[in-house]
Design a protein around this ligand. Structure first.
Ligand code: ADP
Length: 285
């Protein structure tokens, strides 16, 4: 029986073959202020490696998009940024994530405090089955945030461009709002506990185009004060909203690796890596 030479190549050979340019040329090191540094980061679901050796920095008060084909680890990477994956049995990491100099995975770090400073908005809007007011007030209450609650609620709703829609019905259920309004309510809820970073996991994928554009406008507005990291499967969305974009792709062993990270304009016009070019021109994924 004939054995193809490709079949005889070891896994290491095949992995090496995916690395075109040195990492330092594919991953832009920021000259701007960064809030989160990801260093030699690997993530595992039990034995399965979902992320391989990811290193880059998240710039402060900018929008960073994570893009790449389904299953390449975008969501995993995002969820690691506020230790959301701690709750998954068998999940573990290697390497480092440092938030303003603090190792997020150090033993003495409280994941609840991490999630207050680094908030999250999910794919499907998930307001609590409570009033609009209570949706916002709950977080500040349990986190012991001081101040006038009415003011906190109003400020958060204003920041999420929702105040004018809901100011006369704060006691109505959050679930009575439209999909786009519900997502803005979830953003307001995230803002109410005074985070520095907001992680968004495909926040528009359940919304119509008008509601999507409203969220994108809101993101641009919020980026004046907050750092935003967004996972999106929609390249146009990344091109529209993100200042920086990270492109991830699966290696032959299915672990996601960071292929390229740079200014969004540069990534979409003059990518350095052939794999980025193939992806953004629609050759795969
Ligand atoms: P993406 O967001 O790019 O679609 P994910 O981060 O969701 O990718 O998934 C990356 C890989 O990790 C996939 O192979 C997926 O099947 C696997 N994975 C994600 N979540 C879990 C989990 N809770 N348990 C086991 N494997 C998971």
């Amino acid at each position: 029986m004939m054995v193809h030479t490709t079949e005889r190549r070891t896994t290491e050979d095949r992995l090496a073959a995916t690395e075109t340019l040195p990492l330092s040329e594919r991953v832009t090191r920021l000259s701007d202020e960064s809030v989160l540094e990801v260093e030699d980061f690997h993530a595992y679901y039990r034995e399965f490696r979902a992320l391989y050796n990811v290193s880059f920095q998240i710039p402060a008060r900018k929008i960073t998009a994570l893009i790449g084909p389904s299953g390449c680890g975008k969501s995993t990477l995002l969820r690691c940024m506020n230790r959301m994956n701690d709750l998954v049995p068998g999940f573990h990491i290697e390497g480092q994530m440092t938030y303003r100099g603090l190792d997020l995975y150090a033993r003495d770090v409280d994941p609840v405090e991490v999630r207050r400073r680094i908030g999250m908005v999910f794919q499907k809007p998930n307001p609590f089955p409570k009033s609009i007011y209570e949706n916002i007030a709950f977080g500040p209450k349990v986190n012991g945030i001081k101040g006038n609650m009415d003011e906190i609620v109003e400020k958060s709703l204003r920041q999420a461009a929702l105040w004018d829609d809901v100011k006369d019905k704060l006691n109505d259920s959050g679930l009575a709002l439209s999909g786009g309004q519900q997502q803005r309510l979830c953003i307001a809820r995230a803002l109410a506990v005074q985070p520095e970073i907001i992680l968004m996991d495909e926040p528009c994928s359940a919304l119509d185009p008008i509601a999507t554009l409203k969220i994108e406008d809101l993101m641009r507005d919020l980026a004046k004060d907050y750092t935003i990291v967004i996972v999106t499967h929609n390249m146009q969305q990344a091109a529209r909203v993100a200042d920086y974009t990270a492109f991830l792709m699966m290696r032959p062993d299915r672990a996601g690796e960071l292929v390229e990270f740079t200014d969004t304009d540069v990534l979409f016009t003059t990518p350095k890596d052939k794999r980025t070019e193939d992806y953004i021109t629609g050759r795969f994924g």
